[in-house]
Write a protein that binds this ligand. Sequence first.
Ligand SMILES: Cc1cc2nc3c(=O)[nH]c(=O)nc-3n(C[C@H](O)[C@H](O)[C@H](O)COP(=O)(O)OP(=O)(O)OC[C@H]3O[C@@H](n4cnc5c(N)ncnc54)[C@H](O)[C@@H]3O)c2cc1C
Length: 458
Amino acid sequence: MMAGVTVEEHHQALAAIVGAGNVLSPAPREYLSDGTLGRGLEGQADAVVLPGSAEEVAAVMRYCDAHDVAITTRGGGTGFAGGAVPQGGIVLATGRMARVRAFDPLLWRIHVEAGVPTAELRRIARGSGLWFPPDPGAAEQSQIGGNVATNAGGPHAFKYGTTRAWVTGIEAVIPPGEIVTAGGPVRKDVAGYDLVGLLAGSEGTLGIVTAVWLRLIPAVEASLPIAAVYPDAAAGCAAVEALMGSGIFPACIEYVDPPALAATGHDLPGGPPPDGFLVISEADGSEAEATAGREALRDALAGAGATWIATPDGDDVAALWRWRDAISPRITAVRGGKLAEDIAVPVDRLADAIRGSAEIGMRHGVDTMSWGHAGDGNLHSSFLVSPGDAGDNARAEAACEELFDLALALGGTITGEHGIGLLKRSHLAEQLGPAGQRLNAEIKRAFDPKGLLNPGKG
Ligand SMILES: Cc1cc2nc3c(=O)[nH]c(=O)nc-3n(C[C@H](O)[C@H](O)[C@H](O)COP(=O)(O)OP(=O)(O)OC[C@H]3O[C@@H](n4cnc5c(N)ncnc54)[C@H](O)[C@@H]3O)c2cc1C
């Protein structure tokens, strides 16, 4: 691990900081991969360290800095970009730091440690009639620190924004081992550069988030979804634009393209729907607002040429969202594996991006499906593979490379929500351009001059 220090000495030094039971060496395999394991991404680390407080994180970092040991921070390990996959050194896992430091329901705010699971945070808020809107799909496993580090999105980011929009303050440990605070419980703060914004979405490359202050809002009384089918992607995307142009502000606008709907639609609540392009939207607010809002959505979607419409109520509302959350694993199940990327494009180029994804798949001889957050122009383009079929994988990898070119050609981004991690780092320079690259490199140097945090990423 480091010149002149044995693994045993190193283990003892870290154990002296966090306790013997909280240093795992050799590193257990489950800490060496994330949501990209299906793509064969597995890393290597000498140890896993599980600190219990920000002070312990700072002490671990001071030790690592003094001995030039790389640190890869790990939250719930659900990332889809390989960000938590270590490339040597130690894995610092935040799961033990899961305390609620303060909860002020009457002031709509909460101060939590990084290791609190996303779903648990949402449950705590709900228990007091409040709501934390960000809703990334793996909420039972992902942690709030990981959500902040990836600036995670989800269906309702369309109306409520991504995780960053809900963070008023971050406590982080930065090299060589200093606890710093940016923002806090204050709701407005424009002093200095936006360090909260820099750390949110930095994927563990600038600092280790140890705690966050979050804004909450009163929970909406009702959320009423609506599902509509269009003959094809062009008609469906035109409906999305018509919906946005209608002046209604829905809570989300999701889509499922025709091949993905054919693979998953048989048990859609309110279905099965006819073949075609599915749009899911939702009206929320008080009972009266949501009811009136859904009527307005129905008019707009029907007016845009829907061939089928469903308006789930009661238990079917939760069932629809469970169905939506399960699309990714179900598409994986079609062939046993998939390579999926999360490009995003301007909304008016969504139809081009969906068509382009399918054309790329066709050129490479792989079945292609896509679904995602239509209102945000965010696709989850997926190339299906059979596990263990090297040819399949190579074709799908080549298709993914072309997908990034497509996103940039359409004026979009190589990642709308999953981040750069290990998977997309070779495409970042192209998106940033020389000036953006220089600024990124200088920001990295300012936080992490030795390059010890998540080496090889960002
Ligand atoms: C089924 C499924 C559905 C998903 N749906 C969505 C979705 O709708 N929207 C979306 O945006 N993502 C989605 N994801 C991806 C993933 O859940 C998110 O990126 C999530 O925010 C990752 O959180 P995590 O705690 O698992 O982080 P990890 O995977 O552990 O880490 C992700 C990155 O953040 C860094 N990191 C983690 N914790 C910290 C910390 N405390 N300080 C500094 N850096 C840290 C890691 O080093 C890594 O670079 C989905 C994943 C799955 C498996």
